[in-house]
Design a protein around this ligand. Structure first.
Ligand SMILES: Nc1ncnc2c1ncn2[C@@H]1O[C@H](COP(=O)(O)OP(=O)(O)OP(=O)(O)O)[C@@H](O)[C@H]1O
Ligand SMILES: [Mg+2]
Length: 382
């Protein structure tokens, strides 16, 4: 038998270096974000006078380049100030999905700044005192700290604004928060608002032309083959239609490249982009189904069962089946109705109002929007 790794190291005809399409890659230039990056630089430039800068909040929908622009500005400032002897400048990046309580964030910051603070065992007051001690001037050099709190919405919803309260009250600490919602400040209480010396920067969604530029820049370094303008245009158009999301555009391109590679093609075609779109949607739906709460999964299981029997699915009929398979542990009709609406919002099912004729009113029919076998595989993966 041939070794299973045979041919695995053969060179790709499509990619020069796929890692440049990775989400973690920090590009050298960011087309169409010079305005936003310039604003960050202006606010942060206070550092050059050895002063701590204003707090900054960055808003924008997903894939509009917030994280990458802030990381870019961070890298530039660190590089520019690396010879500053008077002040120790630190810019620490924290993703609030990884560290989502005030305690965790302050411990993490202490550790990043070289303090030996353990994850467990200390009281919050002890951790806070250690952290504050860095800024009380007793350590040889003045420290200015900028804390980047990415995806701050999660933190505010789960843990409140305590961490902002703490950070904004320490001299020489400045916060840059990144949020998906323009109204995220409704989670911030007046006591914190009053100490937030806040400047705002908005990241609007990209249009198709802008996404084309971003793709073209990235293709130069990550692809070996040239790619037709029409193919790039299609990729950008699909991503622009979907909220102007550059991440989606790059994912489409990478997946299309992989499909072309698997087929031993020499370039990426429009057909590959369409196949990539389908594959990505498929993968996202699979993820959603796998991670649904169990009651939601049970409602889906009932819809699957009725679909396989070729039955018209009304919410009443669905509820009966749902109750039957739930072994006594079931929700009210009202809650199941809410779940139906949620599943529709996720695009897994659709509901259609059907008129039964004069005087008989309308009924809502539920229709599965994916393959029964696909749903079955993801509901019962083992
Ligand atoms: N102007 C740009 N030039 C080059 N690449 C970009 C640009 N804007 C975004 N990207 C790329 O698109 C992807 C998404 O960007 P980023 O992660 O910064 O989005 P985001 O606004 O932080 O989204 P989310 O709200 O989902 O976190 C990244 O791979 C990033 O490198
Ligand atoms: Mg981000």
């Amino acid at each position: 038998m041939e070794n299973i790794f045979k041919d695995m190291d053969k060179e790709s005809a499509i990619f020069a270096d796929k890692s440049f399409l990775d989400h973690r890659f920090l590009p050298k230039s960011l087309p169409h974000r010079s305005g936003q990056i310039g604003s960050i630089a202006r606010y942060w430039s206070e550092i050059l006078k050895n002063k701590s800068p204003s707090d900054v909040t960055v808003y924008g929908k997903t894939g509009t380049g917030k994280t990458v622009a802030v990381k870019f500005a961070r890298q530039q400032l660190l590089e520019y100030t690396k010879d500053n002897k008077d002040v120790l400048l630190r810019i620490e990046y924290i993703r609030c999905t990884d560290y989502n309580t005030e305690y965790q964030i302050i411990v993490r910051l202490c550790q990043q700044l070289g303090l030996d603070v353990p994850w467990r065992g200390w009281t919050k007051a002890e951790v806070l005192n250690s952290f504050r001690s860095l800024f009380n001037g007793k350590i040889q050099k003045k420290i200015i700290l900028i804390v980047i709190l990415d995806e701050i919405d999660i933190l505010l919803q789960k843990n409140g604004d305590g961490v902002l309260y703490t950070l904004t009250r320490i001299e020489n600490v400045s916060v840059l928060s990144i949020s998906n919602y323009i109204d995220f400040k409704r989670f911030i209480t007046p006591r914190v608002m009053s100490s937030l010396r806040d400047k705002e920067i908005v990241f609007p969604p990209y249009n198709a032309r802008q996404i084309e530029d971003i793709l073209n820049e990235r293709i130069k370094i990550s692809f070996k083959t040239s790619i037709d303008d029409e193919v790039i245009k299609l990729c950008a158009a699909l991503a622009a239609k979907d909220e102007g999301d550059a991440r989606y555009a790059l994912d489409l391109l990478r997946t299309a490249g992989e499909i072309a590679d698997e087929n031993n093609s020499l370039t990426v075609t429009e057909e590959n982009i369409r196949q990539a779109k389908e594959k990505i949607e498929h993968d996202i739906t699979a993820d959603i189904i796998l991670t649904l709460p169990s009651q939601q999964q049970r409602v889906l299981e009932s819809i699957l069962h009725l679909t396989k029997l070729n039955e018209e699915i009304t919410s009443g009929k669905l509820y009966e089946v749902y109750k039957k398979i739930s072994n006594g542990d079931y929700l009210t009709y009202r809650r199941v109705f809410d779940i139906i609406n949620q599943l529709e919002l996720l695009g897994i099912i659709s509901t259609n109002k059907i008129s039964r004729g004069r005087g008989k009113g309308v009924t809502n029919l539920i229709l599965l929007q994916c393959d029964t076998s696909f749903l079955e595989n993801n509901l019962f993966p083992f």
